[in-house]
Design a protein around this ligand. Structure first.
Ligand SMILES: *[C@@H]1O[C@H](CO)[C@@H](O)[C@H](O)[C@H]1NC(C)=O
Ligand SMILES: *[C@@H]1O[C@H](CO)[C@@H](O)[C@H](O)[C@H]1NC(C)=O
Ligand SMILES: *[C@@H]1O[C@H](CO)[C@@H](O)[C@H](O)[C@H]1NC(C)=O
Ligand SMILES: *[C@@H]1O[C@H](CO)[C@@H](O)[C@H](O)[C@H]1NC(C)=O
Length: 459
């Protein structure tokens, strides 16, 4: 038993430190494109068998997107996001957020505000705007730019909790927190719509009573809706250990507010944002990830229902020339015309969106047995491998063959339907009628590892 724990803790450290969903500074420039043919992505759905391949750098003649223009189907099929009912860290407006920060290097040295004179007596009163971000120095492997907060984030001020940003009961809108939509053309009729969700704070998990750890200021999460000829085919969502991909047809689209009235248009896929970490799942309940025994879990439920299509910023991002080298980020029209023009190309900022990891000497910093309590802020949307042809941002750490399994069945969280055979492992256990035999099989399959494998074939 001790050995099992040691192995588990080792694997956990390995996963969390090296493959954390919040890219660490050292790997944020290394998102490599893994080429996929459609057959490896879509194994079993005969409906999609004969579709053409996706290209990360499509030639002009196979493109269907006009830079700066968002097809109507993209916002029609925008995801709906159920926030956790007791969520303490709600979505936040990025323009308002950056005004609470100054750009710095890791060592804390201030970087001058672009176009402003530090000798100006009002300089210290000047706020950082989104439109300043594109003028900040580009981060490199060794020299990262951070946004460092002007006041203490650890006291949960309003700009960290976003406590007023609850979705509107009637239409799901969050008035003061736009989502960010980035559309990329994958050639041959394929179009990827990346919806980014920004929260000011990530509250990390607790493990065996220790924690929280892995907290960071600034939190970017995203989901992808992949279209073929205007029809949604796959929905991928960011979560721990690589995220999950599902066929659109099998996702929940019903979306009712607490009195049972529909929000959204009935075609929008529904995803669930987990408590604190804001990782995204297709169902409610406890989602154990990466290691068995539910040591590490995310929790989702039906709290406020957010409809990002009511308030979003929109951009297209596609290669601009036949050499497929220069990527072109073009401002488009989201839900509120002219707002993007005012904010400029803030997406080109490639530094961190929050404070650097707190110094070990800092009284707010603590070492849990696994990880520091406060780690570096995350990097922004353009560093999330948007040119991928696989729906997954990257492979799970245990997935040495780099595959990306697109699931047919939505996996339900524990505590919801799992024992009733609502996921592939449950189906497998339910096969054994005798309770004791079932228990033995469950124990032998180690509550998780075998499920991973069964899942790959029956998911
Ligand atoms: C802090 O880091 C920056 C960039 O790496 C460097 O230019 C600067 O000299 C450093 N400042 C101090 C005080 O070490
Ligand atoms: C649900 O939506 C309907 C229609 O938009 C509204 O009348 C009702 O009050 C909402 N329910 C709650 C609990 O707000
Ligand atoms: C956005 O909409 C406004 C007003 O409808 C229009 O003037 C502008 O050209 C549009 N911008 C883009 C990039 O389509
Ligand atoms: C999961 O179980 C619930 C309740 O038993 C059922 O309503 C639902 O259709 C099942 N979903 C799938 C995908 O099997």
């Amino acid at each position: 038993m001790i050995t099992i724990w040691i192995i588990t803790i080792f694997l956990f450290l390995f996963e969390f430190r090296v493959f954390s969903c919040h890219a660490l500074p050292s790997d944020r420039f290394l998102d490599k494109e893994v080429e996929h043919t459609l057959n490896t992505l879509i194994k079993s759905s005969s409906k999609y068998k004969n579709l053409p391949p996706l290209e990360s750098n499509p030639k002009s003649k196979s493109k269907t997107i006009i830079p700066g223009s968002i097809p109507e189907y993209v916002s029609w099929y925008a995801p709906l996001v159920f926030l956790y009912s007791e969520e303490r860290y709600l979505p936040y407006d990025i323009e308002e957020y950056v005004s609470h920060f100054r750009p710095t290097w890791r060592n804390g040295t201030l970087i001058d505000l672009p176009g402003k004179d530090p000798k100006d007596p009002y300089y210290t009163k000047q706020k950082l705007h989104l439109s300043d971000l594109e003028h900040l120095p580009q981060s490199t492997h060794d020299e990262l730019v951070f946004l460092s907060s002007l006041s203490d984030f650890d006291t949960d001020p309003e700009w960290i909790t976003g406590k007023h940003n609850k979705p509107n009961y009637y239409n799901g809108e969050i008035k003061n927190a736009p989502a960010t939509l980035i559309v990329t053309d994958k050639g041959n009729g394929w179009v990827d719509a990346y919806w980014f969700y920004f929260y000011s704070f990530n509250l990390g998990p607790f493990v065996m009573g220790f924690g929280p750890f892995g907290n960071h200021v600034g939190d970017w999460e995203h989901s992808l809706v992949r279209f073929y000829n205007g029809e949604p085919v796959i929905v991928w969502m960011s979560a721990h250990g690589g995220g999950g991909a599902y066929f659109y047809d099998h996702m929940e689209r019903e979306s009712l507010n607490s009195t049972g009235i529909a929000i959204g248009n009935g075609d929008q896929p529904v995803i669930f944002s987990a408590r604190g970490t804001h990782a995204n799942y297709p169902s409610t309940g406890q989602h154990s990830h990466d290691i068995p025994y539910a040591i590490l879990s995310d929790f989702t439920d039906r709290g406020g229902l957010w409809n990002p299509a009511k308030n979003y910023l929109a951009y297209t991002y596609t290669p601009s020339d036949e050499n497929h080298k220069n990527m072109e980020l073009v401002i488009a029209n989201g839900s509120h015309p002219f707002r993007e023009a005012k904010y400029g190309k803030w997406l080109e900022y490639n530094g961190a969106w929050g404070d650097p990891k707190l110094d070990p000497e800092d009284p707010r910093q603590h070492w849990s047995p696994f990880e520091w309590k406060y780690i570096d802020g995350p990097s922004g949307p353009l560093t999330k491998n948007l040119l991928r042809t696989s729906p997954c941002q990257r492979a799970k750490w245990w997935n040495f063959w780099n595959g990306c399994n697109v699931r047919r069945y939505v996996q339900y969280g524990q505590g919801m339907f799992d024992q009733e055979g609502n996921n592939s492992c449950g189906n497998f256990y339910a096969y054994f009628q005798n309770r004791w035999i079932r228990k033995v099989i469950e124990t032998l399959s180690w509550g998780g590892w075998i499920c991973f494998i069964i899942d790959i074939f029956y998911g």
